[in-house]
Design a protein around this ligand. Sequence first.
Ligand SMILES: Nc1ncnc2c1ncn2[C@@H]1O[C@H](COP(=O)(O)OP(=O)(O)OP(=O)(O)O)[C@@H](O)[C@H]1O
Ligand SMILES: [Mg+2]
Length: 316
Amino acid sequence: MTETSETIEYTIECTDVLQCYPDKKGGLFTVLNDIDIRVQSGTFLSLVGPSGSGKSTFSRLILGSEPPFRGQVLINGQPVQPPDRNRGMVFQSYSLFPHLTVVENVMYGQELEEINFLSKWVRPFTYYKKKRYFKEKAMEYLDRVQLSPHADKYPFELSGGMRQRVAIAQAMIMKPDILLMDEPFGALDPDTRESLQVFLLEMHEKTKMTVLFITHDLEEALYLCSRLIVLSPFYVVDSGTTQGSKIVIDIAYPGRHPKSLDDKYTPYFNERLKMIREKGFNPDVRQHIGDFNLEHSDSWRTLSSDNGESNQTQAE
Ligand SMILES: Nc1ncnc2c1ncn2[C@@H]1O[C@H](COP(=O)(O)OP(=O)(O)OP(=O)(O)O)[C@@H](O)[C@H]1O
Ligand SMILES: [Mg+2]
C-alpha cells in the first residue's frame, strides 16, 4: 500500500478472489483466479475481456449475489453482503416491470423500501403524502434522463434507448454507492449509444458514485473510464497450465475525466486501444504472469501468485 492509502476511501477491495463452478465431470473449473483489486470511491471502472472471461461473474461477486469460492470481497471496508440498495444494477436487457408505467417503474424501489402498503387503508393520508413525494422525486430523475414527457407510458411504448434510460433512472434514484452496469448499451444503435454514454458521464460527474461498467466495445470502455481493467484467460505461467482469468491489464486514463468525444480520435487513445486488444484479447499474444500491464497506482498482486501458480487449489 502507498503511504497515503489510509486517507483514501476504497469502495471495492478484492483480495485473492477465486471463483469456480461445478464442471460436468463432478469437479470444479476456475473462472476467476486470484483477483486482487481495490477501487477508489468515485472511480469509473471499465471492465473488458474476451467472452466467457468472467466479467459478469466478477460483477455478481461485487453485487453480493454469490460468494467467492475463496478470498475476500470488501465493499466500503466491510465483507460484501447480499444485494442491497447500495449496489444498483443495470443489465443489457431492460429490467423494467411491464405492467408499471415509466414513472411507477422509477418510484418502485423507494416505495418498496419505505412505504408500508398496509397503511394505504390504515393511514391513507401518510400513505398518499409519501407516494406524492416519491412521484415528485421520480419525475426529477425522469427529467434528468429527458423522459418526463413519457412518464405515463408503459415500457412497451418506448424505444430501446428510452427503456434503458428508465432503467438507469431506476437504479440512480436509489443513490447506490456502486452502480454495476453489465453491457447496458449492448442492444442499442450507435447514435443512441453515444448519447447515453455522454449522459452517463454527466450523471457520474454529478453523483460521484463508483461505476463498474462492463462492455464488449473497447472504444466505449476506454472513452468512459477513469480506470480500465482487462480480465483474460490468455496468459502464461511457468508451470505451463493456467486456470481461469486474471487481471492482465489495469490502467488509469490520465487527464480530465470525463473526456471529450474528441479524445477518441487522439493518437494516445488509439495506442491504448491497440495495446488492450493485443495484450488482453489475442490468444496468440499471451503475457507472462510477471509481465502484466498493471500500471494503475492502486493495482497490486498478492505475492503467492507472483511465483506462477503456486497458490492453486483443488478448484482446478
Ligand atoms: N452460475 C454458473 N454456473 C456454472 N458456470 C457458470 C456460472 N456463471 C458463469 N459460469 C461460467 O463461467 C464462465 C464465465 O462466465 P461469465 O458470464 O462471467 O463471462 P463473461 O465474461 O461475462 O462473458 P460474456 O462476455 O459472454 O458476457 C463461463 O464459462 C460460464 O459458462
Ligand atoms: Mg457477461
